[in-house]
Design a protein around this ligand. Structure first.
Ligand code: ADP
Ligand code: MG
Length: 359
């Protein structure tokens, strides 16, 4: 991304509320036309970060740059940064068209009537709301309200759009469709999106780059592929919700966990010893099988169909749930017998090992 022109940069931004450090020395930049996903659990500082970039909140320390200019002390309405709020924040008594036109009709810069009408219609068409212009926003669906919120922001022609969990209020089905649409709309507009989400699936699916926030700090930033295949810490692996994590101890290049002792020649440095194996890297074999390498006895509990894969849940004798994912593209799923023991195993070189003696 270094070759891209920079659209915004924040440098060492901290922000506390009372005793709570919502942001703790955050440095982040985005390129023109980049789609950035910001992933973090609830309370990690995602909304605060967006509010600081938009100018609704002043940082205690650090600086905010937008299009090369220091805007740290510039009020929000002079920054020209778009913001799609988590709850949409539409005007309930106005129509779709009036909501979309509102910013132009009431903004600091005067926009001619004809231009307001033209820009409003064009963005309404782009987000797929043609024909709904005169409906009240109480008379349309959640997905359509989401489009109005987006249209209302895009009509102002911002160079940067901040979206705070924009799909969080939609049902799962609609969320999937809106994901594709958001990406397509952004590509058509050629603007930078900073999309905040608590959903790892959304972050990995949508971002050109995924930034992971935890307790006010960025703990990883990379392409979805990088983050998924090489999480930087046990915390990232945990948020991704795609790894079984085992406690144990890393010593002399071996990790000893509930599955026995396994060679771990390439452990990564971390503040705790944790063994991570992806859900889709675990194999299930009959309980009496002889395996070399890690082996964990666990009883089958249940399965869940997820469209393109099946998640199988197993439980070890000491109550740990182990998830095994089977991608349907690899063939029909196995069926397992409820409450029966199986042996779970995997290739040790597929694991990601973290530990105090790692490098
Ligand atoms: P997220 O959007 O990731 O859920 P937030 O940025 O909303 O996280 O909040 C980060 C932390 O800052 C939380 O502990 C939250 O309680 C606190 N916080 C956020 N806004 C305020 C505020 N206006 N007053 C007091 N505490 C706040
Ligand atoms: Mg939030």
């Amino acid at each position: 991304m270094a070759t891209q022109a920079e659209i915004f940069r924040i440098d060492g931004v901290s922000k506390s509320y009372g005793g709570v450090k919502a942001l703790d020395g955050v440095t982040l930049e985005a390129g023109v036309n980049e789609y950035l996903s910001l992933l973090g659990p609830s309370g990690s500082g995602k909304t605060t970060l967006l509010r600081v970039i938009a100018g609704f909140e002043a940082p205690d320390s650090g600086r905010v740059f937008f299009q090369g200019r220091d805007v740290t002390h510039l009020p929000a309405h002079e920054r020209g940064i778009g913001f799609v709020f988590q709850n949409f924040a539409l005007f309930p008594h106005l129509t779709v068209r009036q909501n979309v036109a509102f910013g132009m009709a009431n903004g600091v810069e005067k926009v001619a009537e004809a231009e307001i009408a033209e820009r409003t219609q064009s963005v309404i068409d782009m987000v797929g709301l043609t024909g709904m212009e005169d409906r009240g926003v109480e008379q349309i669906s959640g997905g359509q309200r989401q489009r109005v919120a987006l249209a209302r922001t895009l009509v102002m022609h911002p160079k940067l759009v901040l979206l705070d969990e924009p799909l969080g209020a939609l049902d799962a089905n609609l969320r999937g469709r809106m994901r594709n649409e958001l990406r397509a709309i952004r590509e058509r507009m050629g603007v930078t999106f900073l999309h905040v989400t608590g959903s790892e699936t959304e972050a990995l699916a949508m971002g050109d780059r995924v930034v992971v926030l935890d307790r006010g700090q960025i703990i990883q930033s990379g392409t979805p592929d990088d983050v998924y295949s090489t999480p930087a810490s046990p915390a990232v692996a945990h948020f991704l919700n795609r790894f079984n994590l085992f406690e144990g101890s890393l010593s002399g290049g071996n990790f000893t966990g509930p599955f026995g002792a396994v060679a771990a020649p390439t452990a990564r440095r971390a503040s705790e010893d944790v063994y991570a194996i992806r859900y889709d890297r675990v194999r299930v074999v009959p309980a009496a099988s002889k395996v070399t390498g890690p082996a964990l006895t666990a009883r089958y509990v249940a399965s869940e169909y997820l469209g393109s894969s099946v998640m199988n849940f197993f439980e070890t004798a000491d109550g740990k749930v182990v998830e095994v994912e089977h991608h349907l593209s690899l063939g029909a799923p196995e069926t397992y017998e409820a409450r029966q023991n199986y042996l779970l195993t995997w290739e040790p070189d597929q694991a990601i090992v973290f530990g105090r003696e790692g490098k």
